[in-house]
Design a protein around this ligand. Structure first.
Ligand SMILES: [Zn+2]
Length: 464
């Protein structure tokens, strides 16, 4: 059983104390996440501590990602965060990399970067076992880990921080056509991931930038603080980032027209980029000599999802100025149960019903296993705890109060998206069942259980 009193969740109540220094707060979601104990600012600008509720949410998000990538037969790996500068010199990326790349040296004066992305590292790994035969391809490898970018102006909390959680995937195919097929399959998986999260997103044709390649798509959450301008043609619905459109046509911002049909009527939206896919071609495999049989460079793709940023952007997109709102798919707890105040007249009768309700709910609705929290801070009034629960954004709040003392106990169900209702126990269970039946069994369901690893990946080389 999970109790709010046992959760490490330092709340910041007004007047704001030092931890929520207003000059560092630059977005709604950041302020709410800090005030409600989901993340905490550290003494360094642009670096945040994720607290238990933030980690729970990210665990749910990564479980969605693992499940979808697993369905693509992608395999998880983990590459070192420190990458030798030599590798980035070979790919000629260090020469053009700006000061956003974090650099460091070890005690022997060897120079490293704290990797913002791993194209060089993965290509070097594959080069060390190359050539790969057609039978070993396609190869799809991904990792989930922290990445670094020395932002000139970190802001909006975990939306633009200097250390962030990323899912990065790299794919290898024998030729251009097959790598295009992979690119399409991964983009389809991305669309499924975004649908599973459940917030309206925008997919646009994007810029390949310093990563390189030939085709690129970006995934955005619309938000007023978004720093990317997205354009949608009102005639043919083609969607493109403004940056990409400007790079295609040598025109000015005031004179934009659709690159597909020429229409000048383009609808503009501000977005926060949360995913990016690139068809890379052979840029890295040529530079770092990752080959298939016959010394032909492998065709690559790379695919990023900014997971901590996605969480921040989702909250930015959904929340009001005073209340957090989560996608139900990744809220830290789906149901919050609130009982009577200690010593109140309903205390004796209603309090024992809470544990009974908790165990009936988890037994009859396995989807809620480990996903219900009890607000046991019974020194506070029900009203105060309901306000806090609404502010935090638990989608379903169950109050076990005065009406629970009736002959047939009535429970109050506050659904943040609907009217409040009073229900008896069986009605409550069937109502919550209806509301949560589309959720997956989360969290901490061991996704490894569902892994089906294709056994001969790379065995050819290891047998040589
Ligand atoms: Zn058009």
């Amino acid at each position: 059983m999970k109790y709010i009193s046992k959760i490490f969740q330092p709340l910041i109540v007004s007047p704001r104390n030092v931890a929520s220094k207003s000059h560092e707060i630059s977005s709604n979601s950041q302020r709410l996440m800090v005030d409600l104990g989901i993340v905490r600012s550290t003494s360094s600008t642009g670096l945040f501590a994720l607290l238990p509720l933030g980690v729970r949410s990210l665990d749910k998000l990564t479980a969605i990602v693992h499940a979808k990538l697993n369905s693509l037969d992608a395999l998880q790996i983990s590459l070192p965060t420190l990458v030798s500068e030599d590798l980035w010199i070979k790919s000629q990326r260090l020469q053009v990399a700006g000061p956003e790349v974090m650099r460091m040296k070890d005690r022997q004066d060897r120079r490293y970067i704290l990797s913002p992305t791993h194209e060089e590292s993965i290509t070097d790994l594959i080069a060390s076992v190359s050539p790969l035969s057609a039978r070993q391809l396609p190869l799809r490898l991904y990792q989930i880990g922290n990445k670094y970018r020395d932002e000139m102006r970190p802001r909006y909390g975990i939306i633009r921080s200097r250390e962030f959680l990323m899912k990065d995937m790299y794919t290898f195919d024998v030729d251009k056509n097959l790598s295009m097929k992979t690119y399409e399959a991964v983009n389809e998986a991305y669309e499924q991931i975004f649908s599973a999260i459940g917030i309206d997103y925008m997919k646009v044709e994007g810029c390949t930038g310093t990563i390189g390649g030939t085709i690129s798509h970006e995934y955005h959450y619309p938000a007023s603080i978004g720093e990317d301008q997205l354009l949608e043609c009102s005639s043919c619905n083609h969607r493109v980032s403004q940056e990409q459109l400007l790079s295609l046509n040598e025109i000015t911002e005031d004179n934009l027209s659709c690159s597909k049909c020429g229409d000048k009527n383009l609808k503009k939206t501000s977005g926060i980029e949360v995913g990016h896919t690139f068809l890379l071609g052979t840029k890295y495999s040529t530079a770092l000599q990752a080959f298939t049989i016959g010394s032909t460079p492998l065709h690559m793709g790379c695919y990023g999802l900014g997971l901590s940023r996605l969480l921040g952007a989702a909250l930015e997109n959904l929340s009001t100025e005073t209340e957090l709102r989560w996608p139900t798919s990744i809220v830290p707890f789906t149901v919050c149960i609130i009982g009577p105040k200690n010593g109140s007249k309903e205390d004796k009768t209603a309090t024992p019903l809470i544990e009974d309700l908790y165990s009936t709910l988890t037994k009859s609705l396995p989807v809620l296993h480990d996903d219900i929290i009890i607000d046991d801070r019974s020194h506070l009034t029900i009203g105060k705890r309901v306000l806090e629960a609404r502010r935090f954004g638990y989608p379903y709040i169950v109050v076990v109060g005065q009406k629970a003392c009736q002959e047939i106990p009535q429970y109050e169900l506050l659904d943040l998206k609907a009217e409040t209702s009073y229900l008896d126990k069986s009605e409550l269970i069937s109502k919550i069942h209806d509301l949560t039946k589309t959720l997956r069994t989360f969290p901490n369901q061991n996704y490894m259980d569902t892994y089906s690893v294709s056994s001969d990946v790379l065995t050819e080389n290891s047998l040589k």
